[in-house]
Write a protein of this length. Sequence first.
Length: 752
Amino acid sequence: MCINMKKNFYFYVLPFVLAFSACTQTPTTTATEGRSTSLSQFVNPFVGVAYVGHTYPAAQLPFGMVQVGPDTGTDEWVHCSGYYNEDRSIIGFSHTHLSGTGCPDMGDVMLMPVVGDVSFDRGKEDNTSTGYRSAFSHDTEEAHPGYYKVMLDDYGIRAEMAATMRVGFHQYTYPQSEQAGIILDLGHGIGDTILESSVRWLDDVTLVGKRRSAGFVVDHTWYFCATFSKPVAGFVSFADGKTGTERELKGVVTKYWLKFATEKDEAVKVKVALSTVSEEGALKNLQAEAPDWDFEQVRTEAVRIWDTYLNAIEVEPVDNDQRISFYTSLYHALLMPNIITDVDGVYRLADGRLRPDNRKEKFMNFSLWDTYRAEHPFLGLLFPEMDARCVESMLQLYLDRGVLCTNDYGQNETWCMIGNHSVPVIVDAYLKGIVKDGRELAAEAIYSSLTRPHEKSNWEMYNHYGYYPFDLLDVESVSRTMEHCYDDYCAAKFFNWLGKTEEEAFFRKRSDYYKNLFDDETKLMRAKDSKGKWRTPFDKFLLSHAATSGGDYTEGNAWQYTWHVQHDVPALVDMLGGRKAFGDKLDSLFFLDTRSLGGGFHGDVTGMIGQYAHGNEPSHHVIYLYNYSETPQKTQELIRKVFDDFYFPTRDGLSGNDDCGQMSAWYIFSALGFYPVDPVSGDYIIGAPQVHAMTLHLPNGKLFEMKANGLSKENRYVKAIRLNGTPLTGFVITYDQVKDGGLLEFDMTDRP
């Protein structure tokens, strides 16, 4: 059916808008000067797409608004990112995804190229011949930073994608057909439900529209502009179980079948720009970032931008597999958070309020329960401008909502996890001088968020009892107490820095509340009721999952959460009976393999060494705690074991959800030879390097080099350490020492 499309003059006279985007171009480093090697060739975006990794192979720029790539499923936990390695058919290519989370959502504005007479049914994963879904083979897939390609077997179409910061660029190469076309499915989403959609044509190659949906992130809206290299000759739309032309339908129109004819090997291109602001905002983004139709130029520019970021670190690995694992980890660490501002600096809040151009980019998708541990410290060290933008975004969210964010996806606070872990990220940035302005706002935001009750933070109960009683809080009582203690410690450090002694004393006292849950008999953190009685019977191995089985811990058990005292390890050593007893208890953690699974979901508790779960974040610092015992060599042994057993350059190469870069940031720090056990302390705890050498091109123009002399399969232990030629006598190196540049040398040996 032919379309009577309306012309829209403003599209043609829309001025070319120059993108204002510091992070869309190059980081403040001279890392690329004098070097021509493209490190993008060592990145494998398919790493982690198997069962627990939840990564995706979509085309994206660092921290980009758009992640354009394939969706193979939407309804199960394995489809949290939209792509699952075991699926053998593709639904289509959507423009938003979450990297490595345990939460299915996004998948906005999906396109699927088709040939022949298809239906609006998307089909099922195990039936590739129904609907518009197509079979595919991993053999025809290709993914690199900023690029994705696959052959759609049912249609004989080669689908390719590239990305700018806010635009997904599609190139579909068709066979000869009088029935070629593209499905635009606004009803499609990863685990969400469409609430509102609209599309209007500007001319026979350009349409604009809106998609509003609700799912895990509650409610989020995207405006978009799509422009085609080939005029659309006809279309069919679908709503409320009926098909027809758009104007014949009522209700939410969710699917559009855009039709045209193609010659053999004809490439039809589509550019899709997103905006949270408006259709006009999406048009501005499109004109600013992808005004032309040169697909290869966009792909090449994506590689250039990625190489600039990847060249911030030079590494001499032990073999090529490790090189791929390393640069893929660096790649994953740079996917999120994601920019939310248009090219003119404007963005819209989830409640519909507009935020004007303040010439500073804002970001969303903060998985802070995970990323405060190593991801944000990593950004603060290598990409401090990005970390500063994140902190400014968190403080703006406080002004908008009255509380700091905890786990913010798609502009919505999800409250899916516990703690108030924007606090350590903000405090760390101020104490390190990464952010200098707005300290009074930060103080207000921290104090208010840690004293005014909100979801999962009942401060009246917490202050009264000095812990969360399990008979008053039926889920996560121990874990919430432990996580709050760390945030309180961070707040105390911040108020000390500001010279606010009263506030410092208040939070310093609360940071010790974990001691109220230490059971001296079992030497574990154990739940108490409101009368001060221990939970009895006590199953120390029982894994808890609040959403499906309740329990006193968050995605873990007593063995894992006992060590969640990042801010005062010496006190925990004393509580456990001294350095020898502390080491013996750690031995039990890593050797006991008994687990009580209960009746809930435990897919997040993976990468097991005894009770240690490398696939889940609360365990990430624990390996480094042997430094506080009489057997520090066990830290060095276990780091090697994790590298050997849990990180591979393959599709199943991650032992747990990558969680917005946290698993990858652990790998980067640990390969370098140290890790931020207490991220806001300014200290890194020494481990054992896993690469022969590494050079950090710091944003201040200095170089920090690490050399592991004699590193081999056998030589996994540290014999001696020198910083700038001076022996290091302890197991701590500071942020300031690294930031100042220099040489850290490890002499490796085969003896503990």
